[in-house]
Design a protein around this ligand. Sequence first.
Ligand SMILES: [Zn+2]
Length: 708
Amino acid sequence: MYDPDQQKAFFERSKALLNGQDILTDEDERAAELRQLLKFHEHRYYVMNEPLLGDTEYDQLFKQLERLEEQSPELITPDSPTQRVGSDLDGDFVSVPHLVPMLSLGNSYNAEDLIEFDKSVKRMLNIDEDQPLAYAVEPKYDGGSIALVYEDDLLVRAATRGNGTLGEEITANARVIRSVPLVADFSRFGFRKVELRGEVIIRKDKFAAMNAARAKQGLSLFANPRNTATGGLRMKSPAEVATRELEAFIYSLGIATDENGKDALIDFGTHTAALDALTALGFKVPKANIERKHCNDINEAAAFCRQWEDQREKYHYEIDGMVVKVDSLALQERAGYTSHHPRWAIAYKFAAKQATTTLLDVEYQVGKIGTITPVAKTEPVNLAGVSISSISLHNEDFIREKDLRFGDKILIERAGDVIPYVVKALDDLRDGSEVPIEYPKACPFCDTALVRAEGEAAVRCPNYECPQQVLQRIIFHVSKAAMDIDGMGKRYVEQFFEYGWLNSIVDVYRLPYAEIEQLEGFGTKSVEKLRASIDTALENPLWRLLHGLSIHHLGKKASQLLAANVQHALDLENWTEEDFLHIKDIGPTVAKNVAEWFANPGNVRMLREMEFLGVNLTPTDADKPKAAVTEGPFVGKSILFTGSLQQMSRKEAQEKAAAAGARNVSAVSGKLNILVVGEKPGSKLKKAEALGTVEVMTEAEFLERVSG
Ligand SMILES: [Zn+2]
């Protein structure tokens, strides 16, 4: 439908407009261009299922047109994408009118937008700006919308959203969704006829299992939970629908009339009360105070939205935002609707997970054991609120599989909203100028030929003396994970390395302090501090030193096992691979690598030098294996301390907890059992309370439990 040149031109114009560049001055032309671009992206997204823009980028472009049309309504044309109400009607099902239209929601992207929304609602309702207005906040599920009609307590009709006014009748399909009650006691409230709104979705884990099963059978895989849910709703055979494990979350009571046909919904007072009632009737409703919350004002609502933005990845269902609704049903009625949205509700959209950019270059990093990692350098692009310009490409296979080339437009994503990831190259936008990526055959730092171990995806520089590896080893050696030398981070190591003061990890223990003191940014005080940190590290448990040697495959756990089984680190010099294997949980790979490392006289000499410089090479108390605590008041429980404790240090508290059988953890999650709260607890307490499954106790209660 669109030829490659045109696609490329449309893409580039879209990016320019998103960056605020080259905006046409003539409003007519501007609106026409935006309409054309949006139609193009709609086609890519909805018809081809291959978007060339991230969701939020598309939304922003859409907003540009919306704003223009708001300012000059004469620019609105009937075919403008803003005039379309999303429709899934295609004639396969019977169309039925909704009792009240299912409108879409206006969007907001941050707390400021929500505060603006709050102000506009108050203006509309003649409420003083300083008066708090209560909101109900709930997840915005990413699935297919449905409307359920119950009459005389029986489910009589289910329909898709359709075009918002007319939906497709899918009653038979809805009846196989087990979370949809076929009978519900609405009579209890004097309701004769009600229409409920909900979203049909699939749990992420069930979706993954379903795809795994399909892969086994050689069937094509479903693209994502959302399409699988919406597609599932509209299948011809209810028996087929039943295999998709759909669930229906009910998020609102659209209308409720009594036997005289009079609207009786308002009697509930608030949306929250209405959802509580639906919960009591057996509907699957977002859980009160966990998934949804009554918030006393807009700030509380914004905080709840942000909390969910942080925890969305851990949630069982896909959500793309939150919905903020004025809680009072009377005020909702007073606020009313525009032709597109209710005026009393707004969606809070989470930051974009995807964006597009250009692949400019690839740099190769060398890790502490020589692993080569290709890193893409891209044109800077904003993704989930962070500017991204470099992204790991993992290894050569990744580059080959994705057929990435220099100059490619690429679609990127922040999976888990943490690490950016290249989804794919947008090969439709290629113009022939893109250059294939030649993977290096030799180390970019020492020119040694790279090797690839059998069965491993990564290639490595095999040169143990490779300057880049040495640098990375020293950085790791001083890090928290290994010797934990407070105040000596990556930056200092790089600086000292550059001056030639650090040529191997042993040099960490003979730094030229007098010279460091002369460096800009250093003084007597900071050098004293550094020296004190290094002195403290001399006494470290042996496992930290072993871990800090960066022996391939020797992780923290194996380092601890070795430390607990020697009298002195250099005992290992005489161990055969066989000897290592006598330790439970030490495997042949670790055995081989550690034995090889100690077979190298240079390495042994380095350890002797370290010992001479005062580094501890013998096991300390911390290296002795602790017997698992099987008795005590907290056996099998996970525990977390928050706030400032008055009667003991955090470390003492954790030791007491461990001695009582508890496992110390560092964050509030669904797996946390006990939260001990000191003075001024922060967000952890709030989070735990929101979860509703965590036992919260004071410091005094904790002490009583461990001593009793
Ligand atoms: Zn190298």
